[in-house]
Design a protein around this ligand. Structure first.
Ligand code: 5GP
Ligand code: ZN
Length: 113
């Protein structure tokens, strides 16, 4: 998708702070973090929304989110982690390339859903 911002991040046409990458997925820091350490996981191939995304892609996304969550908790001392995935404007989705938010949480960060 030539006009997709996350496809451009995959192609490294737009810079990002990458925290994990393999043949299928990319994880990078969110440019507008809800709290410090907020990361995103995306498939390298363009898919959207979750209901149209192949099962194996969803499985890989969640397994990668688990890796990132582990690092946030074990390496950076997060006390909790929110793993979130938005679909459609009504749900607050801004970028239409499927992505999973992995948000480290600290007792004192004061952000609650
Ligand atoms: P959504 O609201 O679609 O679930 O989340 C999109 C997320 O992508 C937002 O948290 C936003 O801050 C992040 N984002 C949008 N554009 C960019 C960008 O160019 N680079 C990075 N790293 N994150 C972005
Ligand atoms: Zn895309």
């Amino acid at each position: 998708m030539s006009d997709c911002i996350f496809c451009k991040i995959v192609e490294k046409e737009i810079p990002s702070t990458i925290v994990f990458e393999d043949a299928d997925v990319l994880a990078f820091m969110d440019i507008g973090p809800i709290v410090k350490g907020h990361a995103l996981v995306i498939p390298k191939q363009h898919h959207d929304p979750v209901t149209e995304t192949p099962d194996e892609v969803l499985a890989k996304l969640f397994l990668t989110a688990k890796k990132i969550a582990k690092a946030q908790m074990n390496a950076f001392g997060a006390q909790g982690v929110n793993i979130m995935q938005n679909n459609g404007r009504a749900a607050g989705q801004e970028v239409e390339h499927i992505h999973v938010h992995v948000i480290p949480r600290f007792e004192e960060d004061g952000h609650h859903w």
